[in-house]
Design a protein around this ligand. Sequence first.
Ligand SMILES: Cc1cc2nc3c(=O)[nH]c(=O)nc-3n(C[C@H](O)[C@H](O)[C@H](O)COP(=O)(O)OP(=O)(O)OC[C@H]3O[C@@H](n4cnc5c(N)ncnc54)[C@H](O)[C@@H]3O)c2cc1C
Length: 248
Amino acid sequence: MEKKLNVKLLKYTPIPANIVATAARLCYSKSEINDLLEKMTDDKCEELLKKLIDLGHESPLEHAYFTFGIEGISRACSHQLVRHRIASYSQQSQRYVDSKEFNYIIPPSIKKDEDLTKEYEEMMIKIGEIYEKLKEIAPKEDARFILPNACETKIIVTMNARSLKNFFHHRICKRAQWEIQAMAREMLKECKLVAPTLFANMGAPCTSEGICPEGEMNCGLWLNMPNAMIKYKGKIMNKEEYKNVKGN
Ligand SMILES: Cc1cc2nc3c(=O)[nH]c(=O)nc-3n(C[C@H](O)[C@H](O)[C@H](O)COP(=O)(O)OP(=O)(O)OC[C@H]3O[C@@H](n4cnc5c(N)ncnc54)[C@H](O)[C@@H]3O)c2cc1C
C-alpha cells in the first residue's frame, strides 16, 4: 500500500532558545548560571542567538535536542538521512520486521502517469510475492534483498540544533532530492512551532545566509531574492556580476 510522509516532533529540550542563549552568555559572563537563565529576556535571547550565528560560534546550539518520529519515507530517503552523522537513529529493521505486503512510496513524477503508476504498484505486489517465496528457503535478512528502495520505513531521529542547522542547510535547498527535501521542510516547520527564535534563520543557504553555494548548478531561486549573492567559479558575486559572467 502507498504511504505518505508523516513527521512529528516527539520531544525536545525545554526552553531550547533560552538554554542556547544562556550557554552562549555564560562564556563571557561572571554571573551565576541561575541568574543568567532568569534574566534572559526574549529580546536578549534573540540578540544573542543572532550574534552566535553571525560569528559562527555554533557550539552552544548543541545544548538543544530535538527528537522526531518519521514515517512514510522510502529507504532511498532514509539512506540519505543517516549520512548525517551528528545524530542518533533508531530505524525499523528489515531483518526482524516481516515485509509481507510491505508499504511503499510513489514519487510524484511517477504518480503523474496513471498507466505507469499501475505497473509500479503491480511490481510492488509481485516483489512481495517473491519475498514470501524466498522466506520459505531463506531467513528474512536474506529474503529482504529483493525489496526495493521504494519500501516504506519508520525512523526516530534525534539531532541537536547545530546538526539540524547543517541538515536544513543541505536538505531544504532545492538541489536536494524531493523526498528528503519535503521531510526536512516538515522538520523545520515543527521546530519553528516550538522554538521560533532558535530556528528563525535556518534553512537553505540562499534564504538563511543570502548566498547560494551551488554555482553552476544553482536553481535560480536566489535571483528573485533581494540582495542575494552566488558563489560561482570560486567567487562571491551579486546578480549583475553573475549575469555578466554568464553572458545574459
Ligand atoms: C544535494 C546533495 C547531494 C549529495 N550527493 C551525494 C553523493 O552523490 N554521494 C555521497 O556519497 N553523498 C552525497 N551527499 C551526502 C553528503 O556528502 C553528506 O554526506 C551529507 O549531506 C551529510 O552531511 P555532513 O557530513 O555535513 O553531516 P554530518 O555527518 O551530520 O556532519 C556534520 C558536520 O560535522 C563535521 N564532521 C562530521 N564527521 C566528520 C569527520 N569524520 N571528519 C571531519 N568532520 C566531520 C563536518 O563539518 C560536517 O559538515 C549529498 C548531499 C546533498 C545535500
